[in-house]
Design a protein around this ligand. Sequence first.
Ligand code: NAG
Length: 494
Amino acid sequence: DEIQPATGYQLKVTETLSPSAIVLTLNAQPDAALGEEGYRLEATAQQITIAANQPAGLFYGVQSLLQLLPKEIESDTKAEGVEWAIPAVTITDAPRFGWRGIMLDVSRHFYTQEEVKAFIDHIARYKFNRFHWHLTDDQGWRVEIKSLPKLTSVGAWRVPRVGRWGNHAPPAKGEKATDGGFYTQDDIREVVQYAKDRYIEILPEIDVPGHSMAAIAAYPELACTEDPNAMVNPGSKFSTWHGNGKFTMHIDNTLDPSEEDTYTFMDKVMTEVAQLFPFEYIHMGGDECYKGYWEKDASCQALMKQKGMKSAEELQSYFSKRVHDIITSKGKKTIGWDEILEGGLPKGAAVMSWRGMKGGIEAAHLGAPVVMSPSPMAYLDLYQGDPSVEPPTYSMARLKDSYAWDPVPEGVKSSLILGSQGNVWTEQLAAPSQLQYMMYPRAFAIAEIGWTAKNQKSWEGFVPRVEQHMARFDEAGINYARSIYDAIIQVKKN
Ligand code: NAG
């Protein structure tokens, strides 16, 4: 027989093995120690058995079995030349968290459907079960919305970029916006199914009201300033950062919260997004919303006055609550970046904590579910090794710090912490090999944080396992940074 697990390996059971050499069984009586996703793997001289309560557990048992096989099975050319032996073991294994996530930003750089599938294959090997798909941002709108065709005919394309963050280069004379791409709804459905076959749910993100330049380029009336040339001819400077989290946007990339048209737009988008993605949550973004244009806008000011709002944060909260109501009306739950706490968290919304853990702690104290994804440990775009050879960025997240991180802070009800997530932002990552380089080995640490019980984690045990997986990646042709060998390097802020 042939087993073809999701990772693309083929286990060929040869005549030297009995036909029942590898047996996968679903427990007739659920084994409480295994939960929904756990498994028991037993290998003796006669037989390998994997038992689980649910199919997901069998899938994870198979992933572990593959990791026990020699590294040459990863190679296209060497797999047939080696003995496929594994040690005799008994493994009882179940995850710590139900949410083990990885986010991929496909806006800053577009990754094709095939590249996204390969990404999903890689994260499935390490038992991640949530793929957060960052589908919209200033640099491109990547999901087809049939009722709003300009989002992708205009918003998915820009002029080939220059500059450190790849933002909005003005076109030369006669130059066209040819850089980008998007997924059709059929593409999306195919990826959703592909992920599901690997026990991964997809969390779609529509990042509003900030980070909305691409949507505004398509429909300028969505912004207070209504500048039709914003996306294609943006001027020289996109934003200035003043430190302490404060910044100025020189181009208006924020939806206007005071116009009903904005909510009609959001309703159309969320209607189609809710139909495309079966997962219970939709991510509404909410991060880094610049409020300078709202402060100068007569209609925003009138709304604030009418509703008795004292700050622009309250105006963002008004927007968030209305979008949350739209998401709820489509039968979905809302999650947003921790900024959705400011000015009042929409009732029933979950929080993804990225500016450290404090937003997550605050949300949990309000009784809201939390996914922890703090940038100093979980941002896989930050330097992990030597900044002089890595893509330019603003800070560092070392492997050891990622590994040492515990997503459940003291004094917080652990049941509210849904789990952990690593985020791959792609301002500087233009190709899958660069993406892989920045992800690994840190994604191994994030995988183990999501899966392994706290008292079973050990840096001394982790490092040799990382080395073994690097050797497997060498065989498979997957890129990674050799950062565990580097000395600690001080990052120069630039
Ligand atoms: C933040 C931004 C994100 C950016 C990333 C880079 C969030 C929620 N927002 O400034 O757009 O790509 O950091 O590390 O992370």
